[in-house]
Design a protein around this ligand. Structure first.
Ligand code: THU
Length: 127
């Protein structure tokens, strides 16, 4: 992925974090996925008083893309400036694997940026 596209993805993830609904954790997360069509879909974490119903930013963005008709995710960026780099949780890694043929995953807090392949974050995944 070229630097310009990654920069667009990062901007979208950062902007999405502003929309986070996180009254319980206070931890804002934004995500953006680059779909096969070339479109970018964003999402934020959405918490719930019944904690286990909380939805992560990555899956919000992924499900928005899939429900818009996308079937391939090429790259993902996750943003949070809440204190530690926002590596996707195990559930999000598995959910992404359904639609990723080894996508590039970038995590950033706006200062530091780390990129890895999904296969590195989720080796030998169930498919
Ligand atoms: N969260 C995400 O949005 N993505 C992850 O991959 C891990 C956790 C959110 C869920 C919850 O709203 C907050 O971070 C604290 O766990």
């Amino acid at each position: 992925m070229d630097e310009k596209t990654l920069s667009l993805l990062e901007d979208a993830a950062k902007k999405a974090a502003e929309k986070a609904y996180c009254p319980y954790s206070g931890y804002r997360v934004g995500a953006a996925v680059l779909a096969g069509s070339g479109k970018i879909y964003d999402g934020c974490n959405i918490e719930n008083a019944s904690y286990s119903l909380t939805m992560c930013a990555e899956r919000t963005a992924l499900f928005k893309a899939v429900s818009a008709g996308e079937r391939e995710i090429l790259a993902v960026c996750v943003y949070s400036d809440g204190g530690k780099l926002p590596y996707p949780c195990g559930a999000c890694r598995q959910a992404l694997s359904e639609f990723c043929n080894d996508a590039q995953i970038t995590v950033t807090d706006g200062k530091e940026r780390v990129t890895a392949l999904l296969s590195e974050l989720l080796p030998q995944c169930f498919r």
